[in-house]
Design a protein around this ligand. Structure first.
Ligand code: KE4
Length: 427
């Protein structure tokens, strides 16, 4: 498969942008080689600048649950753009999108629209601190919440040791109020609250993790999160940027039957346009400026194009829910990939919730970052390149989830499994 034009374009991009990309997740750093440049998407497929077609399992890292260039979403965007792109003033569409979110997500009474998942989590953390008057935020290793300074942090030496920066440019002062714990570790959570309980403003977590690969919470962990936060007056912040409208129309919280104080959203709520959102208890959200004192603002928040794409996407998901079919198709893919790895005697785990799943090259079930990080990432890199050379576009890291869209067919899934059989035999 020739990718000459991608190579030429990447050389040009390297001269213009750091690493030749606008987000490191796309840079193929974890799998080696050079990223592919794409020129268009259609349904389940991406077409690169050399004319190669790929079955796409990234879907822009989650937003495109309906597939690329979905006709009704495209139509809504075309109508919106003809009316002007941004007014910097209230529009009905913002209330329409807010209403869809409030009606869909059980715990969200009020919501604020922003421009990215990072903005949503950054704002939710500020709100938790402003509402409680406390400083400490708890997060979990292997959970990613965007490039929020105070969350770019590595775990301290013990569950009760505050975090240290894990990126240049993040000051010790920024992370000294962040506690990093092991996901699914009920004991560590209890210890952290025992030591810092009265200082903890909030706990932020991925209800189904996508950012260390797909990892599910235990029932005990979910119970402990709610109980500890309630007992100590901390806010539970459910980061559904990836899982919101992905695993169910009501998000992971509707599947897991949890009621967080705040929820963050992104990706699907914008239908491929830049939208993030944070929302939750009305008494908490009413602390956000101008209703309250917690500052947050944004020039393009809730802009007409992004809200048009988000509204069209959510209305389709609400009125013609694809979740049953997505679950069946994703199970077919998960089973096929597992059978391919087993046939090639490759140690693996396939972990899936709905249409997000990860094939881990790991002999053990992955329950936290410690187990995830023992995956064979070299083998994943070989698998990735074997699959891309057969026209299957997978996440370029072992520590990501792949996504099946409503545009994928059984034929696409069967072709993917066939390619995996071929690749696995040579791993
Ligand atoms: P954005 O700022 O990238 O819109 O959202 C940050 C974010 C927040 N919370 C969760 C649970 C997320 O998964 C993300 C972003 N996800 C990554 C992929 N795992 C985005 C890909 C990228 O950074 O290019």
């Amino acid at each position: 498969m020739s990718r000459e034009t991608s190579h030429t374009e990447f050389s040009r991009a390297l001269r213009l942008m750091p690493g030749g990309v606008n987000s490191p997740a796309r840079a193929f750093g974890a799998v080696g080689g050079e990223p592919v440049f794409f020129e268009r998407g259609e349904g389940a497929y991406l077409f690169d600048v050399d004319g190669n077609r790929y079955i796409d399992y990234i879907g822009s890292w989650g937003p495109l649950i309906l597939g690329h260039a979905q006709p009704q979403v495209t139509e809504a965007l075309q109508a919106a753009v003809a009316r002007g792109t941004s007014f910097g003033a209230p529009t009905v569409a913002e209330s329409d999108l807010a209403e869809l979110i409030v009606e869909a997500v059980p715990s969200v009474e009020k919501v604020r629209l922003v421009n990215s998942g990072t903005e949503a989590t950054m704002s939710a953390i500020r709100l938790a601190r402003g509402f409680t008057g406390r400083d400490v935020i708890v997060k979990f290793a292997g959970n990613y919440h965007g490039h929020v300074d105070s969350l770019l942090v590595s775990a301290g030496s013990s569950a009760a040791t505050l975090g240290v920066p894990n990126s240049p440019g993040v000051t010790a002062g920024t992370t000294r109020d962040t506690l990093v714990l092991a996901y699914n570790d009920v004991g560590a959570l209890a210890e952290a609250f025992a030591q810092h309980g009265e200082r903890i403003a909030g706990v932020i977590f991925e209800p189904i993790v996508g950012n260390m690969g797909c990892v599910v919470p235990t029932g005990e962990f979910l119970t402990a999160l709610g109980e500890q936060c309630d007992k100590h007056g901390a806010l539970l912040i459910c980061d559904e940027v990836m899982t919101g409208f992905r695993v169910a129309y009501g998000g992971a919280q509707s599947l897991l039957n949890i009621k967080p104080d705040l929820t963050t959203l992104g990706k699907i709520v914008g239908g491929g346009l830049p939208v993030g959102a944070y929302g939750g208890r009305g008494d908490v959200m009413d602390h956000v400026l101008p209703a309250g004192e917690v500052f947050q603002a944004g020039t393009l928040s809730g802009n007409p194009l992004a809200t048009a794409a988000g509204i069209a996407t959510l209305r389709l998901l609400r009125d013609e829910p694809p979740y049953q079919r997505l679950d069946e198709l994703s199970a077919r893919l998960a089973d096929g990939l597992s059978q391919a790895a087993t046939a090639a005697d490759v140690p693996h785990q396939v972990q899936r919730v709905g249409s997000m799943l990860t094939l881990f090259f790991n002999p053990q079930p992955v329950i936290n970052w410690d187990t995830a990080s023992r995956s064979d990432t070299d083998r994943y890199g070989k698998y990735f390149w074997g699959m891309i050379d057969r026209g299957i576009y997978l996440p370029c890291s072992q520590y990501e989830a792949l996504f099946v869209s409503a545009a994928h067919s059984e034929q696409d899934v069967d072709a993917t499994v066939e390619a995996a059989r071929d690749v696995m035999a040579g791993l």
